[in-house]
Design a protein around this ligand. Structure first.
Ligand code: HEM
Length: 404
């Protein structure tokens, strides 16, 4: 049995600045054996190369065990969340491609670029309304959360009136810190599943717009997707599509609020945003870890011996801060090029929404700082806190005032 390394992945210090923790773990080796909240005992990669190897070798490192069971959840959890977990991100080939192909088209570069003017208009509107309920305004709840949610709801074809429900569910998920807190969230999860089942039924009977209608069309053709998989797909797109981008936007806005010179540099030429967003993706690392993988056979991972049946998670934030991948990774350099990061993962599960997330973040930054050039934090940066949700780097609140 490998030597076990203790590490607190939910400490405020690790969320505030993961660099020291990452360096400490990397000093042990390219993969360390540790205990991760909810998941339990697991290998964690600490370098870019080790993470890329695991994510790209999807035959050796799989999302399911031999019998098809999910990896890395307490035995009772799949029974509770049941069908909601049967999405492409928890599937190996060939089921993964079968499901991903159904929605792939909608997330292609061309399709996403077509959406850009609309995304920009939503961002402008949200920026305009920022202080409508008073000042200071919480940029996380009033801005960073609202844009990705609006976009994914429209893409799916969910009514705008239902968005407050998703916000409540998303906020409750932020309190998922361990297996016990999960039990408290089950009620919300069931409500969400029922809601999605109802929306699918409406689309079957009345038709409609967006990806829900597309799923129904594919279902009618027969053989490619089951009703449970349709719900799981919507559940995944809703969560993956809104949560992560929210934290990317909040994290980027926080960095720019801390450093007016950077903000002015960006505002002087907004065509720099694409490059800047790439660096924010690396530096903010909203998704700190990939999903856990199951080791199919004994394997040497960059000199570390993993055994068949072990579990391994790639530490994306460590890959992003690896000096072997980028020079001076500890520096936020908005002009960094090339920029080698794994914030969207890699391999067959490479993020489906990467183009969308990039465009949303670019539009969000431009709209916010164009409308409010003097925007300021209403508190000291040291008073900003992170939620202690394992694996996700999410700022709890960003109170801001309009400034001069
Ligand atoms: C997969 C990150 C935005 C949909 C992934 C993975 C990562 C990731 C790391 C791979 C996880 C793994 O291999 O274990 C992010 C980040 C985002 C973001 C950092 C924003 C900053 C989005 C958006 C969508 C989306 C906007 C749109 C709906 C998905 C889906 C998968 C995925 C469906 C699973 C793909 C598959 O299994 O083939 N994302 N994501 N993500 N992401 Fe994203």
């Amino acid at each position: 049995m490998a030597q076990h390394v203790d590490f607190d992945f939910t400490s405020e210090a690790f969320f505030r600045d993961p660099q020291a923790g990452v360096a400490q773990l990397r000093a042990v080796g390219p993969a360390v054996f540790t205990r991760f909240p909810i998941i339990g005992r697991v290998w964690i990669t600490t370098t870019y190369e080790a993470a890329a190897r695991v994510l790209k070798d999807s035959a050796t490192f799989t999302l399911r065990k031999e019998g098809g069971a999910l990896v890395g959840l307490p035995w009772w959890m799949p029974r509770v969340i049941g069908t909601v977990a049967n999405n492409m991100l928890t599937m190996d080939e060939p089921d993964h491609t079968r499901l991903r192909d159904i929605v792939d088209e909608a997330f292609r570069r061309r399709a996403v670029l077509d959406m850009e003017p609309h995304i920009r208009a939503i961002a402008d509107h949200l920026a305009e309304e920022l202080f409508a309920a008073g000042s200071p305004a919480d940029l996380v709840q009033r801005y960073a959360r609202m844009l990705p949610l609006a976009v994914i709801c429209e893409l799916l074809g969910l009514p705008p009136a239902d968005r407050p429900k998703f916000i409540a569910w998303a906020n409750s998920l932020a309190h998922l810190t361990n297996a016990f807190s999960f039990l408290r969230l089950i009620g919300g999860l069931f409500k969400m599943r029922r809601y999605l089942q109802e929306r699918l039924q409406v689309a079957r009977e009345e038709g409609g717009e967006g990806l829900i209608a597309e799923l129904v069309r594919v279902e009618k053709e027969g053989g490619r997707i089951t009703p449970d998989e349709m719900v799981a797909m919507m559940f995944l797109l809703l969560n993956a599509g809104s949560e992560t981008t929210t934290h990317l936007i909040s994290g980027s806005v926080f960095e720019l609020l801390k450093d007016p010179a950077r903000r002015e540099w960006l505002a002087a030429d907004w065509s720099r945003t694409g490059l800047a967003v790439e660096e924010f993706l690396r530096f903010v690392s909203p998704v700190q870890f990939s999903k856990p993988r199951y080791v199919r056979h004994d394997v040497d991972l960059e000199g570390v011996k993993l055994k068949k049946g072990d579990r391994v998670m790639t530490m994306l934030v460590a890959a992003n801060l690896d000096p072997q991948a980028n020079e001076h990774p500890e520096r936020l350099d908005l002009e960094r090029r090339p920029n080698r990061h794994l914030s969207f993962g890699t391999g067959i599960h490479f993020c489906l929404g990467h183009q969308l997330a990039r465009i949303e973040a670019s539009c969000a930054l431009q709209a916010l700082f164009t409308r409010w050039p003097g925007l300021k934090l209403a508190v000291e940066p040291s008073q900003i806190h992170w939620r202690r949700r394992p694996g996700i780097r999410m700022i709890a609140a960003l109170p801001a005032v309009a400034g001069d």
